[in-house]
Design a protein around this ligand. Structure first.
Ligand code: LIP
Length: 295
């Protein structure tokens, strides 16, 4: 296979992200006109579909031999291969988009050999662009200024969960094993040490896995833990996270090298020490309450 020019792909993804951002900002979404997928908390809008069409057309006309996996055109059984693959969420944070809560974005990743090689995430409401190329670092551009991630040149060491701001998501499953595991972990993370909890600084649920990952990459959130999201929610953010010194492990205890399609993820920010301790403490909090998702 010919050498892939990651810089050229990165530049194209940025141009597509800006175009998609204009479409999102021109739309007038409402819960009245939104459709649902798995259940009433799993929303989709015409804009999700229109943006994905634009993105797939633009990317595949420039790179016709590449594969494409997108949230709105994914079919059961579709698998990521070693081939260069664009992995795309046209709107990550669709619920936020529908409510005009200002945390939605387009998430554009390129995976090569099943690993994230380029990531571009754009929040059009805040005009914030996050980018990363494997081996070349990651950045945020806001108000016309481009800053390297993480934002602190010398991030603090990670001590234990009691000093962490943790991002996690409710997701759309509201019953069954996975809901029970999540609510138990939320409670254990928040509870006081006297009651056997981790007493984290606080818990955030921003509503977009991609934006959670870039917050961890930036060092503005120490940890992100989620089960139930998909490759398109994490591919771009994974590249940006790792390029900023962060790590991604499995959201269920035990696996230090999770796969893109594993559906359970734990991200920890870059730090001079303590990353592994945070993972181990988080896995201890989860205990034997394994989240189970089809992949
Ligand atoms: C959403 C994620 C969110 C997660 C939801 C869903 P969508 O993506 O980013 O973090 O909790 O289950 O996957 O549907 O807005 O693209």
């Amino acid at each position: 296979m010919a050498e892939i020019n990651l810089q050229e792909i990165h530049d194209l993804l940025i141009s597509v992200a800006h175009e998609a951002g204009r479409m999102m900002m021109a739309a007038t979404p409402s819960y009245l006109s939104s459709g649902t997928k798995k259940n009433s908390a799993d929303l989709v809008t015409e804009t999700d579909q229109a943006v994905e069409k634009l993105v797939s057309t633009r990317l595949l006309s420039a790179y016709p031999t590449f594969k494409f996996i997108g949230e709105e055109t994914y079919y059961q059984g579709q698998k990521l291969t070693e081939e260069p693959t664009f992995i795309v969420d046209p709107i990550d944070g669709t619920t936020n988009f529908v409510h005009t809560y200002p945390a939605f974005c387009i998430s554009l990743g390129l995976a090569v050999n099943k690993s994230a090689a380029v990531g571009v995430i754009y929040n059009p409401f805040l005009d914030e662009l996050y980018t990363g190329i494997k081996g070349k670092g990651s950045f945020v551009t806001r108000n016309g200024t481009k800053l390297r991630l993480p934002l602190k040149q010398e991030p603090e060491p990670l001590k234990d969960l009691s000093t962490c701001l943790v991002g996690t998501e409710w997701g759309s499953d509201r019953s069954g094993n996975n809901f029970a595991v999540k609510t138990k972990v939320f409670s254990k993370l928040a509870a006081s040490k006297d009651d056997g909890g981790a007493m984290v600084h606080s818990i955030r649920s921003g509503g977009s896995a991609a934006l959670n990952l870039v917050l961890v990459a930036a060092g503005q959130q120490d940890v992100f833990w989620e089960g139930g999201c998909w490759a398109w929610d994490v591919c771009a953010g994974w590249c940006i996270l790792v390029e900023a010194g962060g790590i991604m492990v499995d959201g269920n205890p035990g696996d230090w090298q999770p796969t893109m399609e594993g559906r359970t993820y734990l991200a920890v920010r870059g730090a001079p020490s303590g990353q592994r301790d945070i993972v181990e403490e988080m896995w201890k909090v989860i205990g034997d309450g394994k989240m189970i998702y089809e992949s």
